[in-house]
Every structure is written in structure tokens, then in C-alpha cells.
Design a protein around this ligand. Sequence first.
Ligand code: PEP
Ligand code: MN
Length: 341
Amino acid sequence: MVFVLKKNVSKEKIDTFVKKIESEGFSTFLSTGTEHTVVCLIGNTASIDLDQIVATNDIVEYGKRVTEPYKGVNRTAHPEDTLVRIEDVTLGEGYFNVISGPCSVESEEQIIAVAKAVKASGASMLRGGAFKPRSSPYAFQGLHAEGIRLLLLAKKETGLPIVSEIMNISQIPLFDEVDVIQIGARNMQNFDLLKELGRLKKPVVLKRGFANTIEEFLMSAEYIISGGNSEIILCERGIRTFETMTRNTLDLSAVALLKQKSHLPVIVDPSHAAGISSLVPALSKAAIAIGADGLLIETHNDPEHALCDGAQSLNPEQFEALMHQIRKRAVFEGKYIKENA
Ligand code: PEP
Ligand code: MN
């Protein structure tokens, strides 16, 4: 059950309302949107008289029973879209953002070169992995703390906010100055990590696990929002199917469904979905058409020699050409997209 509060209600009044509900044996969490605060009740709410609560609490605009197991991320609980703001970047309905950079940070020259190139083409944030979850323990695992340091250097050079993947709780202090924390597909159900990120007031890109259902995906986002952090960007990055000619199968219907079921921004990663750089433009355009709020694209200054995911990475020229096409289509869909730098 959720109660959507009227606009501009004072914190004191919200606290009093929450205490009253909790004294009846329910736990609650707040989802603070751009317009309204929503109080979500957890527990068996069958005995609650919803109409009576609405009638006797003047701060409540309306109440709703939410039947799905995901409450806080549910659009029923929060009809308007959540906008996630990172410095001067706004992610969510009405905006289209492209996040780009190499799979992994490899050296200062590499990350600075890619950061400058993607910025010049109109990317709004820089991504780069410092901790890499690789299938082989013998493959390049990332530069770790040094990788984060280099990303911060690239931010200083270009002004682009940075996105990087975290793999476990012990790494959290290293992400202090990272603007957006990415949870990769392999960690989508690392529940302890999700809970910790719920406590952090920092935007999160949550990638869908390649063997997870849409409901499981939303439940993972629920872990974060129920901890008090609603700055979540959902990322569809392809799921594993019987198909072997592509690295994964991009589940575009998930994007449309997620936009219906949830108020959170949804972006698409065509690079990991395809595994082949020549497919990235087509999948990017399809993602715009289906209503995605943005893209996460791997770009490398020298894909042939990349230490990770070179086959699916665009070079700066290809990224520049794709951005022209993306911009036209995003504008056609009525979205605001950043101009070239
Ligand atoms: C990545 O973004 O480089 C990555 C490892 O992605 P995923 O978790 O989607 O496989
Ligand atoms: Mn990658």
C-alpha cells in the first residue's frame, strides 16, 4: 500500500504521519519524487482501511493498494517519472543522454583521449571500468584504485561526470567522488551490495542480469529504493538466449514494459547486447524508438588493442557518426539531447 502525499508538505507532518502508521505495526519507507513524497507500507496491509486513512490525514492526496511485490519502484506508487540529476545532466522522461567510454580504464592517455572524443561528439557522461568482472581469472581485471584516479583526472579535463562499476561493498570508499555507481549484470542480485547502495545518496546505474526476469530486475531496484535511494537508472543490456551469433539478445520489449511498470529512467546498452560493434548503431536506433531514456555505449580509442570488449567497442569516428543519427532520432521522439561540445 502506498500513500501519495500532497505537494510541499512539511517534514514534521510527514514524520508524524509515518510514526502513526509505524505504531500500528507496519514498516515504511519514503520515496521522494520531484513533486510528491510517497509513503510505502511494507507488511500485510489487508486489515488497513485505506479510505479512512485518506479521509483522516489531510496531508495525504490519495492512497493505493499495490499488488505487485515491487512497491517503491512501481509506477502505481509514483505516477510521474523520476528524474535523476547528476550535476548538469538530467536523466529521465523528456531527456535523452548518451553515456560512453571504454569497457575498462587502461591508461591515462587512453581515458583522456576517449573522454575528450566522446565529449566532443555529445556524450553527457563518461563511463569506464576500474573493477572488471571477467569470466576468466587470467583476463585483465582493471586498474582498481588507479583506474578511479584516472577517471577523476578525465573528469577534471573534460567536465564530464563519471560512471564506474563497483563489485563489492568493500570498494565503496573508493567511489566517494565517482558520480554514478554502476552495478553490473553479474551483481544485479548481490543483495548486500544493493542494500548498501540504498543507504548511499548516490545515483546508481543498475544493469539487468543476463539470466534475470523483468520482475527480478525491478525487485533488485526495490532493494535500493527501499533503503532510501531513488536515484536509480535501469539498464537493459541483453539477456542470454539460445542465440549464439550475438553476445546476448537485446530485450527491447523489456524497455517498453519497464517504462510502463516503473517510474525510473531506463537506458539501453547495445554494446554488451550485441557483442559486435557493427550492430551497435541499429540497436541504438531501436532503443530510441522503443522509448529508452538513453544509451550506454562502449567507445575505445583503439578497439583492436582494447584490453576488454574491443569487438563491441566503437572507435571515436564511429561514435561521432552514430551521435549524429542518435541526435536526429531523439529530437524526432521529442526529447532534449545535449548539443555537441
Ligand atoms: C560493462 O559495462 O563493461 C559490463 C561488465 O557490463 P555487464 O555487467 O552488463 O556485463
Ligand atoms: Mn564491457
